[in-house]
Write a protein that binds this ligand. Structure first.
Ligand SMILES: *Cc1c(COP(=O)(O)O)cnc(C)c1O
Length: 957
């Protein structure tokens, strides 16, 4: 081979694996566009005045192996102690069949949010199983498909209580003083900006106050388990809404809050098999009463029927969500925690009710054994009752105990008041109980487990009436798949129903479904990352801290900002955190009155929903025919509200997929009126290495690490939504009450339960940036532009492209306008989206930001052949529409209106077109066909006949 050693080594470079088209294909695509180079494409596309003057100050590319070696060094710097800290984060045993086949399986983690339910029946079934599990354990009637974490779920419960409480006069909300401190922290932040007054006290005294709602914790911070029935009744007398934060494992054994009359029950489902991962991601469950269904935050999966009248799942009551309701939405949550909710549901499926009971009773027994051993030794427990958590008052021996614990590599809970605590988990062994005893007492003698066990069994560790008497998890799904063979097949059966990136490109505009590389994913399940408690002492988490510091630095460099925090655990949470920073900044200047948030009409629904959470007033700015912000309207409105202008929220490149020429002027106008600019960073994939929000004059942005920075979408979450800010906003970034951050204002509240949010998946984005390096990052952006422009040009011969920018180019995505076709032929955007399934594709983003359109984003990762395959499908669909137009096919009985087709259709093919036309519209598909498992699903039927639990097998048609 006539190559230098350096050239031979190129084969190792990650960039070639990350980017779809190879050198020859890139050349071919450029030629098709009449361009000589990628740089020429850039010149034609991106306005000169916003081009970065220099390359990014980020290390050069590393091979996959050397990046893995480097991150292994960080992993080594984390010390994996045995943690009994608890506080909502417990050591858990992820069943290995779930670990390998779900958490580490791209068939599950690369899927998108199930907006196209006919090709998402697997994860929809998994999520409804999660809802059923939540309903059973909480004793409630309705559960959602996951919130972001326990603390934000508690804050959502407060907001919901305000919406539904009949005590309209009160502005006060009661909070259990023994709730977890991080929960109190997040509630405080939320209450401050809603203008609610918080009242803290002992849960038993909650009804002494005239409140619109209350939050109490069932098994509280100290471990106490009290019967809440009386206090709930008393609160109900006062027309207050009662929300209960509950420990999911204890609910297996304890009477449910639902039976005690609670209105909302929520908590973390982490300890059902999801690694602690330095604080997340974990799914929070959230359950309520049927009568509050419309006020409930987050997504809900429901049962409906398809056109063959077979039962099918899809998202229910979407009209509550921010996409439609915008600032009136029930919450700003978009990306949630689907992958983690699925894992928790599978954990329940795998163990079943009996297995879970054994686990919970064993945890409780071990806690009882230790409690007796400690009491024998004269140690007094702070909590009179317990499930798994013990708190001791050890003020005089505190330091000795902590020293012994450190020696034994054990972490205990250390409360602010000096008390010490521990929580037993499913992995705890008898040896570990012995070790805990030694640490807490200094006594080396062996415990008499036989005697202690008998006493623990006989002793009442909580009021008798609190033992659960109702059955849980009676549905067959929880009582069938208990052998590994059955579990494996169950998981595979569901996975096979879902289209993910393992099958085809998912060209979702704004969502950036790029490669989630295996090397990026590998480290997250290493125990040095997966088994670190978020509140572990700082000297045990050096590796995480270094990694996060470096990642934050890289993201700051990429965005042109001065500081970044990774705490927000979704893009929408980032928006909320960013708006709070703006608000606090104005307040620091004595400008508390600035409360108007300008938002262009094309904005994503989370923007107005988040503005509402920050208690801002939303004012809509028009867009012009080109899809740009109407500059004149913006100037006029900024002028009109000048005194009270808080900020502008703007997306760049605009949601219309073009680089707006005016962006710098827009930022200037806002600043002239004393406002701040929030740039929604969901479209960073069109900016990295080429331009930046900071350069354009913006003050703050969130990034979606699950879009631009390679974290997989998980079928609807997890996500990470870091925010970057200019220096003047840095003192207003979120802090955390349990683990104080020195990088921001001391007294700022938290927006997430964990100090670093979903820390456990940050290694993915670290690997992404490290492996691509500065050259690769910039090259990826250029290739994203090339793929988008190539596909746009191909399609433009057949469909009108709604907006283009300079030189007729688009940015990283394009909008295909289907409205004229619909007007002329009756074929709708939904027909086309569903028909794409027959071709083996997931539809692009539909009807956002413009109704009746598809927004297509191929990303840099898609190879030319896949882009051609997609173009061929779209062009073929256009020809099909022509057959409808010409009358060759019936207007209401054709492959488009009947799409998608399933194998069931083949049993009785009574259609006026051939089977091949219906299910194998492209040659060669016979060899590689992805079959939708439901025909078109009736949304309206499902919402009219709301059913959000697992249907019984008899009902399942
Ligand atoms: C995805 C997206 C968001 C919301 O981000 P989540 O992570 O889903 O909360 C906000 N704005 C735009 C433009 C988006 O595409």
């Amino acid at each position: 081979m006539n190559k230098t050693l350096h050239e031979l080594s190129n084969q190792q470079e990650f960039i070639q694996r990350h980017v779809g088209p190879d050198v020859n294909e890139t050349q071919q695509m450029l030629e098709y566009l009449g361009l000589s180079s990628l740089d020429e494409l850039l010149e034609q596309t991106v306005p000169n005045k916003i081009r970065l003057p220099e390359e990014l100050n980020i290390p050069s590319a590393r091979s996959e192996q050397s990046a893995l070696d480097d991150i292994a060094q960080y992993a080594k710097m984390n010390k994996v102690f045995r943690s009994y800290i608890g506080m909502g984060y417990h050591h858990t045993k992820t069943p290995t069949v779930i670990l390998r086949n779900v958490l580490e399986n791209p068939g599950w983690y690369t899927a998108y949010t199930p907006y196209q339910p006919e090709i998402a029946q697997g994860r929809l079934e998994a999520i409804i199983t999660y809802q059923q599990m939540s309903i059973d354990l909480t004793g409630m009637e309705l559960a959602s498909a996951s919130l972001l974490d326990e603390a934000t779920a508690a804050a959502e419960a407060m907001a919901m209580a305000k919406r539904v409480s009949k005590n309209k006069k009160s502005n006060q909300f009661f909070v259990d003083e023994n709730a977890f401190p991080q929960t109190i922290d997040v509630i405080k932040t939320r209450a401050e900006h809603y203008g609610f007054e918080l009242i803290f006290g002992n849960a038993k005294d909650a009804a002494e106050h005239d409140v619109f709602g209350a939050y109490v914790q069932y098994t509280d911070r100290t471990g106490e388990v009290i019967d809440l029935q009386a206090v709930i009744e008393a609160l109900h007398e006062k027309k207050a809404i009662v929300s209960v934060g509950a420990d999911i494992m204890s609910l297996v054994m304890l009477k449910s809050p639902g039976e005690m009359g609670a209105d909302i029950v929520l908590g973390s489902s982490q300890r059902f098999g999801v690694p602690v991962g330095f604080g997340g991601p974990h799914a929070a469950f959230f359950a309520t009463r049927e009568k509050f269904k419309r006020a409930m935050p987050g997504r809900i999966i429901g049962v409906s029927i398809d056109t063959n009248e077979r039962s099918a799942y899809r998202m229910a009551m979407q009209t509550r969500e921010q996409h439609i309701r915008r600032e009136k939405a029930t919450s700003n949550i978009c990306t949630a925690q689907v992958l983690l909710a699925n894992i928790a549901a599978f954990y329940a499926v795998y163990h079943g009710p009996e297995g879970l009971k054994q686990i919970a009773y064993r945890i409780h027994r071990l806690a009882g054994i230790l409690a007796h051993a400690l009491q024998d030794k004269g140690i007094k427990l702070v909590n009179q009752t317990y499930f798994d958590t013990l708190t001791i008052d050890a003020v005089d021996q505190r330091d000795e105990i902590i020293a012994r614990a450190t020696e034994a590599e054990i972490n205990l809970r250390i409360d602010n008041n000096g008390q010490l605590g521990l929580s037993i988990d499913e992995a705890t062994t008898e040896q570990e109980i012995q070790a805990l005893y030694q640490v807490l007492t200094g006594d080396d003698s062996a415990l008499d487990f036989g005697d202690l066990d008998q006493r623990a069994q006989a002793h009442e560790s909580f009021e008798k009436g609190l033992l659960r008497e109702t059955e849980i998890l009676q549905h067959p799904v929880f009582n069938t798949h208990h052998s590994e063979t059955e579990m494996l097949r169950f998981l595979k059966k569901l996975e096979n129903k879902d289209l993910s990136l393992t099958h085809a490109m998912i060209a979702l505009g704004s969502c950036t479904m790029k490669l989630n590389a295996t090397s990026e994913m590998l480290p997250i399940t290493w125990k040095e990352f997966a088994s670190i408690h978020p509140f572990a002492p700082a000297d045990q988490t050096q590796g995480y801290q270094k990694l996060i510091e470096q990642l934050e630095g890289w993201l700051a460099e990429i965005t042109g900002y001065d500081a970044v925090t990774v705490q927000p655990n979704s893009g929408a949470q980032g928006e909320y955190a960013g708006l709070l920073a703006i608000k606090k900044y104005h307040e620091s200047l004595g400008q508390d009155h600035r409360n108007i948030c300008l938002i262009p009409s094309s904005a994503h629904g989370t923007n107005p929903a988040s503005a509402q959470m920050a208690n801002m007033k939303v004012m809509i700015v028009n867009c012009d025919e080109q899809g740009n912000v109407d500059y004149e309207d913006l100037k006029a409105k900024a002028e009109q509200v000048s005194e009270n202008l808080s900020c502008l929220m703007i997306t760049y490149p605009s949601t219309h997929g073009v680089y707006e020429e005016h962006i710098k002027d827009i930022c200037d106008v806002i600043h002239q009126h004393g406002g701040q600019v929030y740039m929604d960073g969901a479209n960073m994939n069109a900016q990295v290495g080429i331009t930046s929000p900071g350069l354009m004059g913006s003050d703050v942005s969130h990034l979606n690490l699950h879009k631009t920075f390679a974290i997989p979408h998980g079928g609807g979450g997890p996500g990470v939504g870091p925010i970057g800010v200019k220096a003047h906003l840095k003192p207003f970034l979120p802090n955390h009450s349990v683990r104080k951050l020195t990088s921001t204002g001391e007294n700022n509240g938290a927006v997430s339960a964990a100090p670093f949010g979903s820390g456990g998946i940050l290694p993915i984005s670290w690997m992404y940036v490290a492996m691509l390096g500065k050259e690769g990052l910039t090259h990826s952006t250029k290739m994203a532009l090339l793929n988008a422009n190539y596909l746009t040009t191909k399609l433009s011969e057949h469909y009108p492209i709604l907006y283009t920018g300079r030189n007729n180019k688009v940015a990283h995505e394009c909008i295909v306008d289907l409205r004229p076709l619909k007007a002329e032929t009756g074929i709708t955007e939904v027909d086309i989206a569903k028909r794409l399934m027959d071709y083996g594709f997931h539809a692009p983003t539909m009807s956002f930001p413009v109704a009746g359109t598809l927004m297509i984003e191929p990303t840099e990762s898609e190879p030319l052949c896949e882009i051609e395959r997609f173009a061929t499908a779209m062009i073929s669909i256009k020809q099909e529409i022509e057959k409808v137009r010409s009358g060759e096919w019936q207007a209401d009985n054709n492959p488009l209106t009947n799409a998608p087709h399933t194998q069931v259709d083949l049993l009785d093919w009574n259609k006026p077109y051939s089977i091949k036309e219906g299910v194998y519209p492209v040659d060669g598909q016979e060899n590689n066909k992805f079959w939708p498992t439901a025909n078109r699903i009736d949304d309206v039927y499902g919402d009219r006949n709301l059913m959000c639990a697992c249907p019984s097998p008899e009902d399942y048609r």
